[in-house]
Design a protein around this ligand. Structure first.
Ligand code: SF4
Length: 746
């Protein structure tokens, strides 16, 4: 602080001046923009419409779009402060290449020439699949489409996956198994049209906050929430089911058992549109209320009431997120959910849907257009006709398209540990914080011949170990489309220029294609994302995710449009999949599966007596690469914490605000602040996973769903030990405060 400021002669009048904004009225002069740029939020899959306020070439504010059907002008704390992510001090600005152990600035030409040369040398020596690519859910769909072609046809590796496998691969696999294709059947409007809303393992109040306004707008609904933890969403429920961790399959089977027994099923729908009912009915006979009560810890009465509410609903909606997906039985749990919806005919109608609420802003885009678990347009690798169609559209030999999917994300990591994969390209994700059982991942990445990390931020724990860092533009700096959880395609626009030499991911992909000599073949005449969008429209034509009737201008005019939107469609409105009861399976019917409940893999014992649950908090996003740079969010939630039930804390003689270590067979998280609370049940503890400094993934396990390959982040056995008591911390804080006050006064 300078002397004038200290003496009160400088009151920072420029900084604190007010002005009149036509939108806001009396507001900070600094936040009155020269122009508003319409776009879509770049955090979560709710897909809120917003405007970025630009003044003098800088993003100075954001506001919700009052005409956007998803959010009607509202934004959550992350959305409301999103412009701060653009000018964060840790934005990556120049390409950096590791020389003599240090990352040094190089030109784009040097960076990309080196990358192509290193990747090609690795592939020549160890085979094309020695290269792995791990992408994200944060790019625009046009970039996913371009990246998929570049990876599989340009670099020629099929080992390509996204961090979306860490979050919603189970929903994808579950949908494919039940319905023959990925694609959430319902719409957000269903939250307002359903008379029963059943949320399983979905804490939307923290993770998808704006969806709560759709709940609130439906006064007729009965809200049932099943969760081991009394989340903020559970606090909104009419009926809360505090089930034991990972007992949801037993609950779902128990509900099916009761609905069949009481005849509260839709026999006509079952006969006309499903297969496998007789087997399912026999299978769930053993899931009596008594048996289900033993497994779930719920009372028989609560289970019967839930079945009754669901069975009597005119339109019932089931929503789920990571409580279901993050599991070794994630895909099967989705099948059990789909079973419940199908036997009651709760699909394809207003208010009625089994609905996966997905994670990142454009996780859906990579599902539709990417090449990870499917070929673009939900085509199947193993289907010759699908491959031939694509080859024809792309004017290439069908033999160049892989006949099976490559390695999924955890298997790419395992292959790196086993030295089968020798080079990896990571795009817009931070696995050194987000991957389970981190030591295994570190072992894999640190021994690679070449690691490229392309990101909007540096340093991050992952860019720090890279051989090459490519600085990328982020939300607000590039153009394209995102698809949200309800299949709504919304426009994303560039408001400001990226910092330093950072380039859009799209431009980086095209520059690499130039060097590989495949640009004209794979991306003929492309210079901007709209060129990719136009080709994607042709590729998606006739598929479930048909974009052929969309255009950038139409999407902007309507503030987002749901697919399918085939060429010639004239009316824009809510769409639902499977409204005619026909599914893209061999016989046109949805499949019912017999799903057995099994206990989760790592049960607590005397040495590790607690079940650790992990999750999110409203202030933060993934690994905090962005949100730690947003002062208001970071101040609201600066540290990780561990929730423990009062009874357990008393038994361990722990007090609120003590710092504890959380220990599993694999590692230890040090110095986590304790919250003693009834939010978690005895025997369980909860910790958010956003924090690199106190990283829950030091203790999580390498256990993956055999179908979807999604990690079982949710339950692992841990012990908890005191590291620094609250009293000691207070002492330290007092000493620190004294030291600070000495510093200030001197
Ligand atoms: S709910 Fe999701 S999309 Fe909407 S403002 Fe918040 S983070 Fe953005």
């Amino acid at each position: 602080m300078n002397l004038r400021r200290k003496l009160g002669l400088d009151i920072l009048s420029e900084k604190y001046a007010y002005g009149e904004d036509p939108q806001y009225g009396h507001t900070s002069e600094q936040k009155i923009p020269d122009r508003w740029v319409p776009t879509t939020c770049g955090y979560c899959s709710v897909g809120c419409g917003m405007f970025i306020g630009v003044k003098g070439g800088r993003a100075v504010t954001v506001r919700g779009n009052p005409n956007h059907p998803v959010n009607l002008g509202k934004l959550c704390p992350k959305g409301l402060s999103e412009h701060y992510t653009l000018e964060a001090p840790n934005r990556a600005k120049q390409p950096l290449l590791r020389k003599n152990g240090k990352l040094v600035t190089v030109s784009w030409d040097d960076a990309l020439d080196t990358m192509v040369e290193k990747f090609q040398t690795t592939q020549d020596r160890y085979g094309p699949d020695a290269l792995g690519v791990i992408s994200t859910g944060q790019l625009v769909t046009e970039e996913f489409y371009t990246l998929g072609k570049l990876t599989q046809l340009g670099f020629g590796t099929k080992n390509y996956d996204g961090n979306t496998t860490l979050c919603m691969a189970s929903a994808v696999s579950g949908y494919k198994r039940s319905f023959g294709s990925d694609g959430p059947p319902g719409a957000y409007e269903d939250l307002q049209k359903a008379d029963v809303i059943f949320l399983i393992g979905a804490n939307i109040a923290d993770n998808h906050p704006i969806l709560c306004q759709h709940l609130v707008a439906n006064p007729r609904k009965t809200l049932i929430v099943a969760d081991p933890r009394v989340t903020k969403t559970a606090m909104m429920a009419d009926l809360f089911l505090p089930l034991k961790p990972r007992s949801d399959i037993a609950l779902l089977n128990g509900l099916i058992h009761l609905l069949i027994r009481t005849g509260q099923i839709d026999c006509e729908y079952i006969a006309d549109h499903t297969s496998g009912f007789a087997d399912l009915a026999r299978f769930v006979e053993k899931y009596t209320p008594k048996y289900v009560a033993e497994i779930t810890g719920l009372s028989e009465d609560l289970i019967i009431r839930t079945a009754d509410l669901y069975g009597n609903a005119q339109a019932a909606f089931i929503g789920w997120t990571m409580g279901v997906n993050h599991s070794t039985q994630g895909a099967e749990t989705v099948n059990a959910i789909n079973n419940l919806a199908l036997i009651t005919g709760n699909i394809g109608r207003a208010g009625a849907s089994p609905f996966s609420i997905t994670g990142q802003c454009n996780a859906m885009g990579t599902r539709e257009a990417g090449f990870a678990s499917s070929l673009p347009g939900y085509r199947k690798f193993e289907n010759a006709e699908d491959r031939e169609q694509l080859a024809h559209l792309w004017k290439i030999d069908p033999d160049r398209i892989p006949i099976s999917r490559g390695l999924a994300y955890p298997d790419i990591v395992e292959a790196a540990v086993g030295k089968k994969i020798r080079a990896i390209w990571i795009i817009a994700t931070n696995p050194i914080v987000s991957f389970p059982n981190l030591d295994v991942l570190k072992q894999g990445l640190e021994t690679l011949d070449f690691l490229v990390v392309q990101d909007g931020y540096h340093p991050t724990p992952t860019t720090e170990i890279a051989h090459l860092v490519l600085p990328a533009a982020i939300w607000g700096e590039k153009e394209g489309t995102y698809t949200n959880s309800e299949r709504r395609v919304s426009k994303v626009n560039r408001a400001v220029t990226p910092p330093g030499d950072a380039k859009s991911d799209f431009d980086i992909f095209l520059a690499l294609a130039d060097r590989l000599g495949c640009r004209e073949e794979l991306f003929p005449g492309w210079t901007r994302p709209e060129h990719a969008f136009e080709e994607w429209k042709r590729v998606s034509k006739g598929r479930l995710c048909d974009y052929s009737g969309l255009s950038y201008s139409l999407i902007e005019e309507h503030n987002g449009i749901q697919w399918p939107f085939p060429e010639g469609t004239t009316e824009v409105g809510t769409t639902r999949l499977y409204a005619d009861g026909r599914f893209p399976t061999e016989d046109g019917k949805a499949r019912l599966f017999c799903i057995e409940w099994t206990p989760f893999p790592e049960q607590p014992n005397q040495q590790f007596p607690f079940v650790l649950n992990t999750g999110r908090t409203v202030e933060h996003w993934h690994t905090r690469t962005k949100t730690a740079q947003v002062p208001i969010l970071e101040r609201m939630s600066p540290n990780a914490w561990l929730e423990m039930n009062t009874r357990d804390a008393q038994a361990l003689r722990l007090k609120p605000h003590d710092c504890v270590d959380v220990i599993s067979r694999r590692g230890r998280v040090r110095n986590v602040e304790l919250r003693v609370t009834e939010i978690v049940a005895p025997g369980q503890v909860f910790m958010p996973f956003h924090f690199a400094e106190t990283n829950a993934n030091q203790v999580t396990q390498s256990a993956f769903d055999p179908i979807s390959r999604e990690p079982n982040y949710k339950q692992c056995a841990v012990s908890v030990q005191l590291s620094v008591s609250a009293n000691e911390r207070r002492g330290k804080d007092t000493r620190r405060k004294k030291a600070l006050s000495v510093e200030v006064s001197s």
